[in-house]
Ligand binder design. Structure first.
Ligand SMILES: Nc1nc2c(ncn2[C@@H]2O[C@H](COP(=O)(O)OP(=O)(O)OP(=O)(O)O)[C@@H](O)[C@H]2O)c(=O)[nH]1
Ligand SMILES: [Mg+2]
Length: 346
């Protein structure tokens, strides 16, 4: 999963990228989108590992993509600047929360850029399909062209009216014609406010939350600077500033879940591990996250819910004795933090 950090120029994307991934932004790479990886912290997996003391402890990961900032006063070039995002699985809109701008207005404006970029990419296809009508073609193909054209026009009209593709009713048949555009307004969106040195404990303004109820914030630059201090000065500064904890772990988790992902766990003396899957994945997809072979030869999954596992001292044996380990088939929908054992045929 690759998540794009997006926004207007200078909103703090590269600072956030470094804070999230530990990778120093390289200005030479930003045009193509620089990639960095972060582990998804998980207190539940940490507690499991405390009990198991495995040889290896592995966290699911999320990749972040630092992208070039958009220009507020030169909007024609922005669709091209956004092209780097087409392959991303989701977008995090980074808002400048440190120089006193209106958060909600920034977000509204940025969402228009995404709509505009999608309008352009879908709209550009329309004359090409129309040109097909000049050629002699069998009725079946003509019908397919007509359907595609109607689909494209419908989507563009809705985008023009401000409806992102994710909120348009799109049938499966229509989706086949739209898939290749990798529309930006179809991707999951999270909103992150990079706060300055003050105000970071204030709740986000109501008008922003009305637009993005799950919006999250952190004083990114400040936390990066504090991290560089020795323990004693850091604690003194933190007390002074009213900063009680660092928010990086929480933010990574917020963004991970906002992208529609969740985790399941595999446990053992050799390795305890969290695996990322799309929310609502079935057991076969979960097996596939571990290994393609495992999904192809899937027989069944033994499942213990996390709450049961924790309340029974993270003991599979105890859970089994209490009948808390369930046997599930291919269509079982995995729940966040399920502990899975996948059984496959040879
Ligand atoms: N005061 C303050 N300044 C910040 C904060 N975050 C970033 N900045 C400053 O804002 C400027 C831009 O930060 P970047 O992280 O490079 O922003 P960007 O979004 O990557 O910018 P572009 O890549 O040019 O679009 C830098 O001078 C940062 O030092 C913050 O939390 N507080
Ligand atoms: Mg940058």
């Amino acid at each position: 999963m690759k998540v794009g950090l997006v926004g207007y120029q200078g909103t703090g994307k590269s600072t956030a990228f470094q804070w999230l991934t530990g990778v120093a932004p390289d200005p030479a790479k930003v045009q193509q989108g620089q990639v960095g990886t972060a582990k998804v912290p998980d207190g539940r997996l940490a507690r499991i590992a405390d009990k198991f003391q495995p040889k290896k402890l592995t966290y699911a990961e999320v990749q972040f993509l630092d992208t070039p900032g958009l220009l507020a006063d030169e909007r024609e070039g922005n669709p091209r600047r956004l092209a780097v995002l087409r392959e991303a699985t989701g977008v995090v809109v980074v808002l400048d929360g440190f120089s006193g701008t209106d958060f909600a207005a920034q977000l509204t404006r940025f969402r228009e850029e995404l709509l505009f970029a999608d309008m352009e990419v879908v709209g550009n296809r329309i004359p090409k399909v129309e040109a097909q009508f000049k050629k002699a073609k069998p009725a079946k193909e003509r019908e397919a062209d007509e359907f595609e054209l109607a689909t494209l026009k419908k989507v563009v009209v809705a985008l023009e009216a401000g409806t992102p593709a994710s909120r348009q009713p799109i049938t499966e048949q229509e989706e086949r014609h739209l898939r290749s555009f990798q529309m930006l307004t179809l991707k999951p969106e999270a909103v992150f406010v990079s706060r300055g040195d003050s105000g970071f404990n204030d709740p986000l303004p109501a008008d922003l939350l009305a637009l993005a109820p799950a919006a999250t914030q952190a004083p990114v630059k400040l936390e990066r600077e504090l991290a560089d201090l020795d323990d004693e000065s850091r604690q003194a500064f933190m007390a002074d500033l009213g900063l009680t904890t660092f928010s990086r772990d929480r933010v990574i988790r917020d963004l991970f879940y906002a992208m529609g992902r969740e985790v399941f766990f595999t446990v053992g003396a050799d390795e305890c591990r969290s695996w990322a899957v799309d929310r609502g994945s079935d057991a076969v997809a979960a097996a596939g996250a571990i290994h393609k072979d495992l999904s192809e030869r899937f027989v069944r999954a033994n499942v213990i819910g996390y709450a049961d596992f924790e309340s029974h001292h993270f003991s599979e044996k105890e859970c089994r004795l209490k009948g808390l380990e369930r046997t599930e088939g291919k269509t079982y929908v995995v729940k966040d933090a399920d502990v899975l054992h996948i059984l496959a045929s040879n």
